[in-house]
Ligand binder design. Structure first.
Ligand code: FES
Length: 132
């Protein structure tokens, strides 16, 4: 046994506007941004405190393919509450934006494998932060 403890990592796949993807292993104690930087993936960021919204991504899919499946059969975004825990309050997002799958990657740590859309298009879909 090496290190004495097993470390769970989740596979987080970042999907870029050009269709490219980056798959990065993320420890549940670290944020997606921290893991991306460790892996040499350049995610946009600024405040790193959940207030500026620069790092926003949108959850596309969570483990087991649970995507876009609402209880009533209509298209629904996967619930970010099932996929991420936040290090602090994601103040830059409205409740509606959170419900729609937007996630602040500078303070969000994965609790499952998941796939996220990232990049300027996602940023343009959400409003400006009241705290920026
Ligand atoms: S970098 Fe500012 S909210 Fe994430």
């Amino acid at each position: 046994m090496v290190g004495g403890a097993t470390m769970t990592e989740y596979d987080v796949t970042l999907e870029w506007p050009d269709g490219g993807t980056d798959a990065i292993p993320v420890d549940p104690q670290e944020t997606v941004l921290e893991a991306a930087q460790r892996a040499g993936v350049r995610l946009p960021y600024d405040c790193r405190k959940g207030t500026c919204i620069t790092c926003v991504g949108r959850l596309l899919e969570i483990e087991n393919g649970d995507t876009d499946v609402g209880a009533d059969g209509t298209d629904q975004p996967p619930d970010p509450a099932d996929a991420f825990s936040y290090r602090r309050s994601p103040a830059a997002l409205t409740d509606r934006e959170r419900a729609d799958g937007y996630v602040l990657l500078c303070i969000a740590s994965p609790q499952t494998d998941c796939r996220l859309e990232v990049g300027p298009r996602v940023r343009s879909e959400v409003g400006d932060s009241p705290w920026a």
